[in-house]
Design a protein around this ligand. Structure first.
Ligand code: ACM
Length: 384
């Protein structure tokens, strides 16, 4: 029987920054996703709470930036805040990364690395304070969830530092797409920092959104010069999209629709349908989670192709992916529980044509598929 995927980008994002997962654990997830005909794992390698990939030129990124002093206990919003007072760390050496990439390649899987900038960078600024807007301020690797106020300085030396980081990332990851983040970058520091304001004026930029586009654009230019392509979260649209940049649309479809309309590629990653850190059943009976409401039945209603696109625009929708943000996912068993069986529903939506998709039929087949998951000892959620 002929069979071919509906979409080219059939992805899962693993967040190894908030909680770290070992080479074996990441490879286990790659294996499971490959068996579901996924072809891509997006590794979120850096965040405020930890830097998780060795960069030879800047050893403090991991020596200092991979370790947080302690971690918040329970819900981020709980007051008073309580901490475990236990240092938490972990990172991949470059040899580790090569193992992961090779393991994935043998399964026809691409690993797309993400270095999230210019926000979500507290760990890097802790390791190298000169990257920040206020090098004299002491910044810690973040010990709770949420987003920090720290943002990279747009000065030339910081841009070059990040390009040097990307240079090593390119050596490790053959992926055509390299993810530069761009999400949730708070502009408070840029608004008050004289140097950032001076750079904005010098570059003829009207606001901090355009300053972010300038920063991200410098990464895009660098990646293009190396024959790669940049992808970023949909906030990279805000101050104007860099040449050739692809957009990962997480605030619903809007980012993907806007990108496709501008002739740019997009990946659908909307929080409403494919944020697998969200609860999949009644939170009263679930382990601690970030919030949300995303049963497998809703994942099955995910439409990677937004409605109303022209034939030309449709060609720009590369596919979709789910996000396993790991603030509340401390170990592999829990990671599997959040991933499955929702990843089964997503896999079908990314492989099979939309016509004929029927959740009742899917559920019947899933009941049989559970035997396979059981053989692979996957700790899957019992619903639906
Ligand atoms: C995101 O959820 N901050 C992309």
């Amino acid at each position: 029987m002929d069979d071919a995927p509906a979409f080219r980008w059939r992805g899962m994002m693993l967040d190894v920054a908030r909680h770290f997962f070992s080479v074996d654990e990441v490879c286990r997830m790659i294996e499971l996703f490959a068996r579901h005909k996924m072809n891509l794992v997006h590794l979120h390698l850096t965040d405020d709470q930890g830097w998780r990939v060795e960069i030879r030129r800047y050893p403090n990124l991991t020596a200092v930036g991979s370790i947080r002093r302690r971690t918040v206990i329970g819900q981020e919003s709980a007051r008073p805040k309580r901490y475990d007072e236990t240092p938490y760390g972990g990172f991949f050496t470059q040899a580790d990364i090569r193992k992961i990439v090779a393991f994935a390649a043998r399964r026809h899987m691409t690993i797309v690395p993400e270095i999230d900038m210019p926000g979500h960078m507290a760990a890097a600024i802790c390791a190298y304070p000169e990257l920040g807007n206020y090098p004299e301020n002491k910044v810690e690797v973040r010990d709770c969830w949420g987003i920090s106020y720290q943002i990279l300085s747009p000065r030339r030396s910081t841009i070059e530092f990040m390009q040097n980081v990307l240079e090593e990332i390119l050596e490790l990851f053959p992926s055509r797409f390299i993810h530069v983040g761009g999400d949730e970058a708070r502009k408070d520091e840029w608004q008050i920092c004289h140097e950032a304001q001076r750079i904005m004026a010098e570059q003829g930029l009207r606001n901090e959104q355009e300053l972010q586009s300038y920063f991200i654009g410098e990464m895009g230019r660098f990646l293009r010069s190396r024959g790669r392509r940049m992808i970023g979260w949909d906030e990279i649209l805000e101050g104007g999209l860099a040449e050739g940049a692809a957009v990962m649309s997480w605030h619903g479809e809007a980012g993907a629709v806007a990108a496709a309309g501008l002739g740019h590629d997009a990946v659908m990653a909307s929080k409403e349908f494919v944020y697998f850190d969200y609860f999949q059943a009644d939170p009263a009976h679930e382990p601690l989670g970030i919030g949300g409401d995303l049963p497998a039945e809703k994942v099955y209603r995910f439409h990677p192709l937004p409605k109303g696109l022209s034939e030309e625009e449709k060609t720009h929708i590369l596919g979709g992916q789910a996000q396993l943000w790991s603030e509340y996912i401390p170990n592999l068993s829990h990671l599997e529980y959040m991933a499955f069986p929702r990843a089964c529903a997503l896999a079908e939506k990314l492989w099979s044509p939309e016509e004929g998709a029927d959740f009742v039929d899917f559920k019947r087949r899933l009941d049989c598929h559970r035997a396979r998951l059981a053989v692979m000892k996957v700790h899957a959620h019992p619903l639906p």
